[in-house]
Design a protein around this ligand. Structure first.
Ligand code: UT7
Length: 322
C-alpha cells in the first residue's frame, strides 16, 4: 500500500517579538493574567512589509532543504491560511511563483486554526491516489493583521508565523489516518465578520477583526478534541500508550493539558510552543512539529498525533508515523 510520509519540515517566525509586558503598555492586561489563562508569554509579529506569502516562502524553502529535494520536485502546493495576501490569486499560487515552479496544482485551504490538518488530509489523499508524488503543505498566517489591538480579550492571543512540510509517496508507513470535521452552526462564536461580499467596507478600512466568545469556544474545544482523540485511536485500533507525541494546535495551555490528560500522556511528550509563539492559527501545528523535529525530540518511526480546533467550527486530527 502506498503511504504519504513527511520527508522534511520547515518553520519561520518573524524577527519582531511582542511580549506580554509590551502588551501591558497597550491594553488593560497583565503578564500574570495572560500566562495563567493561556500560557502565552510572547508572540512574533510580521514586519509591515512582510506578507503571509513571505513567511510561507521561508518555511517552504527550509522544508524543501530538509527533504533533500529541489523546488522542481514538488508537484502539489497547498497553503492553509486565513490571512491570504490577496483575494486572488491564492497564496499557494503566489508561493509557487516565488519558488519558480510552473504547472503543478496549487491552492489554498481555509479552515482557520485547523487549516494545516485539513491541508495535510487533502495532500495525503492526492498522494495515496497517485495524483501527486511530492506535496508542499504549508500553514502560514499574519494574524496580527486581523486583530483589534485595542481589544484585550483577543489581541493577547495571536501571533504570526509559518510552518511547512514536504509530503512524499512512500512504501513505508507515514500518515495512518486523517479525520476532518466541521460544524458551521458555531459560525458566530469565533469569526471575522467581514469579507469581500459581506461588510467589505470593514475589510477595506482595515477593521475586519477577530471576534471570539472565548469561554464558550474553550468548552467546545476541550470536549471536541477529547472526542477526536477517541475517534483517531479507534480508527487505528491503537491504545493510548502507543502514541509517542502529541502535537496539538497551540491556542491555550489549559486546552492542550486537557487533551494530554485524555491520552494519559505526560507533558514531556507534548510539543508546546504556545508560550513563545502564541496562537498562530494554521501555522501552529507545523511550527510545533518543526521545532520538535529540529531539536531532535521527534525521531523517525515514532507515532505522532496532531490535532487542531478552530473557527467554523472546524476540527481534525492526523495520526502518523514520522
Ligand atoms: O484557536 C482557535 C480556538 N481558540 C481557542 O481555543 C481559544 C479558547 N478560549 C480561550 O483560550 C480562553 O477562553 C481565553 C484565554 C480566550 C479567555 O480565558 P477565560 O478564562 O475563558 O476568560 P474569560 O473570557 O471568561 O474572561 C475572564 C475575565 C473577564 O473579566 P470579568 O468579566 O470576569 O470581570 C474578562 O474581561 O478576564 C477578563 N479579560 C482579561 N483580563 C486581563 C479578558 N481578557 C483579558 C486580558 N487581560 N487580556
Amino acid at each position: 500500500m502506498k503511504y504519504s510520509r513527511i520527508s522534511g519540515t520547515g518553520g519561520y517566525l518573524p524577527d519582531r517579538i511582542l511580549t506580554n509586558h509590551d502588551l501591558e503598555q497597550m491594553v488593560d492586561t497583565s503578564d500574570e493574567w495572560i500566562v495563567s489563562r493561556t500560557g502565552i508569554r510572547e508572540r512574533h509579529i510580521a514586519a509591515d512589509d512582510q506578507s503571509t506569502c513571505d513567511l510561507a516562502e521561508q518555511a517552504a524553502l527550509q522544508a524543501i532543504d530538509a527533504a533533500g529535494i529541489t523546488a522542481d520536485d514538488v508537484d502539489l502546493i497547498i497553503v492553509a491560511t486565513t490571512t491570504p495576501d490577496r483575494v486572488f490569486p491564492s497564496t499557494a499560487c503566489l508561493l509557487q511563483q516565488r519558488l519558480d515552479i510552473h504547472g503543478c496544482a496549487a491552492f489554498d485551504v481555509q479552515a482557520v486554526c485547523t487549516g494545516f490538518i485539513y491541508a495535510l488530509g487533502v495532500a495525503d489523499k492526492f498522494i495515496r491516489t497517485g495524483s501527486a508524488g511530492r506535496a508542499l503543505v504549508v500553514g502560514a498566517e499574519t494574524m496580527s493583521r486581523i486583530v483589534d489591538w485595542n481589544d484585550r480579550s483577543t489581541c493577547v492571543l495571536f501571533g504570526d508565523g509559518a510552518g511547512a512540510v514536504i509530503l512524499e509517496a512512500s512504501d513505508e508507513p507515514g500518515i495512518l489516518s486523517t479525520h476532518l470535521h466541521a460544524d458551521g452552526s458555531y459560525e458566530n462564536l469565533l469569526t471575522v465578520n467581514a469579507g469581500v461580499s459581506i461588510h467589505p467596507d470593514a475589510l477595506m478600512a482595515g477593521k475586519a477583526y477577530v471576534e471570539m466568545k472565548g469561554n464558550e469556544v474553550f468548552k467546545v474545544a476541550v470536549n471536541t478534541l477529547g472526542r477526536i482523540v477517541d475517534e483517531t485511536l479507534e480508527a487505528n485500533d491503537l491504545d493510548k500508550s502507543e502514541v509517542d507525541w502529541l502535537i496539538p494546535h497551540q491556542a491555550n495551555t489549559r486546552i492542550i493539558e486537557a487533551t494530554a490528560r485524555k491520552l494519559k500522556l505526560p507533558m514531556d511528550h507534548v510539543v508546546m510552543t504556545v508560550a513563545e509563539h502564541g496562537n498562530t492559527s494554521a501555522a501552529s501545528v507545523p511550527l510545533a512539529l518543526d521545532v520538535a523535529v529540529r531539536d531532535g525530540r521527534i525521531r523517525r518511526g515514532e507515532t505522532l498525533l496532531m490535532e487542531a480546533f478552530g473557527g467554523g467550527f472546524t476540527w481534525g486530527s492526523v495520526l502518523m508515523k514520522y
